[in-house]
Design a protein. Structure first.
Length: 359
């Protein structure tokens, strides 16, 4: 009986595979275009909630708004922004406590929000007596460009203009370690030292608790183990990253570089070697110039930037462009993919939030 059930399940699986092959690859189709009140300040970061029902958007004036994906409507405004605040450059939900949303900004401020109460819980390392929305932090001289949680949520890391990588204990929100940037005056710059120019992307491996990657203006991706005191484990040479153009899936690394050609690339995490250049649509005079890139699933990636003022979904096996979202002559600054890889969000200068499906 068990054997017959197994055989029947295998036959059904093969049947579904044949049906999918007959239908061809998925296509990217716009579901909603959603105007938001802070759109004039531009959207610099996007992040889907772990359940996929909500989408967080970070704006150029420090505002953080939550969108209901199903109804394409504003769910809440966690912070409405302020003239003294700078762009929210990265957002992340706590992997173990999805009701907590972390936001970091180019003004060096780290904010922790509760999705349940829709309130600000803490401004990390704020000085006593300061307003939580304008209070200085130990990163007050830093422009934070990137942030991510490790897979179990015990640690989050930040990086940006000053080239230092800071690791925080997520339970206490206290700084636990700094991976120091190299000092040019003492000549300690080596391939395994920190970045020589500002950092724009940081991603923890989704399946490895201690591994994370960083990238920026110095044309390389550095692979770190957060247990190590100071040195990178390996280096991928080549990518010129100017935004959230870095992602990891298994043993593959995806980069989106701000360069005119061969901007979208797949790398082997184990060998640090280039696997392939992925074609990105655009005319010969436009250039590609990507800011953001994400894996959707095993075979599909999405990326966008300023070359075409759009984002495209691309099949990594066939190189086929599965669809394109064009903004009205405005650069794409952020892309996000919901859990499951079927729903995509794209936004940038002027807001221009689009939600699309791969189906």
């Amino acid at each position: 009986m068990a054997r017959r059930r197994l055989e029947r399940a295998l036959l059904e699986s093969r049947g579904r595979e044949r049906e999918e092959a007959a239908r061809g690859p998925a296509q990217l189709r716009i579901r909603h275009q959603l105007p938001l009140s802070s759109d004039p300040h531009g959207i610099y970061s996007l992040r889907f909630a772990p359940a996929g029902g909500c989408l967080a958007a970070g704006f150029g004036n420090g505002a953080v708004q939550i969108v209901n994906v199903a109804t394409a409507s504003l769910h809440s405004s966690l912070f409405r922004g302020h003239r003294t605040r700078h762009a929210i450059t990265a957002l992340a939900y706590h992997p173990g406590r999805p009701s907590l949303l972390l936001a970091v900004g180019a003004d060096g401020i780290i904010s922790l929000y509760s999705m349940d109460s829709e309130t600000l819980l803490a401004t990390v390392t704020a000085l006593a007596g300061c307003s939580p929305h304008v209070c200085p932090t130990p990163e007050k001289e830093n422009e934070i460009n990137a942030m991510d949680f490790c897979m179990d949520g015990s640690t989050y890391a930040t990086a940006g203009k000053d080239r230092h990588i800071r690791l925080y204990d997520s339970h206490t929100n206290q700084l636990s370690h700094i991976l120091q940037a190299p000092d040019f005056m003492t000549g300690d710059v080596t391939p395994s030292s920190g970045h020589s120019r500002r950092i724009f992307a940081l991603r923890f491996h989704p399946g490895e608790r201690h591994m994370f990657l960083t990238a920026g203006w110095d044309d390389c991706v550095k692979i770190w183990d957060k247990r190590m005191a100071k040195e990178a484990q390996r280096v991928i040479n080549g990518p010129h990253i100017c935004g959230p153009g870095l992602d990891i899936q298994g043993n593959r690394v995806l980069t989106g570089s701000w360069v005119p050609h061969n901007a979208l690339q797949l790398w082997d995490l184990r060998t640090s070697q280039l696997q392939k250049n992925l074609p990105f649509p655009g005319g010969p005079t436009q250039g590609q110039f990507l800011y953001a890139a994400r894996f959707c699933d095993q075979d599909i990636v999405v990326a966008g930037g300023s070359g075409t003022s759009g984002a495209s979904a691309i099949h990594t096996g066939t190189n086929q462009v599965l669809g394109e979202i064009l903004l009205p002559n405005k650069p794409v600054q952020a892309v996000a993919v919901a859990p499951g890889g079927r729903v995509v969000a794209v936004a940038g200068v002027g807001g221009n939030l689009h939600i699309a499906d791969l189906h």
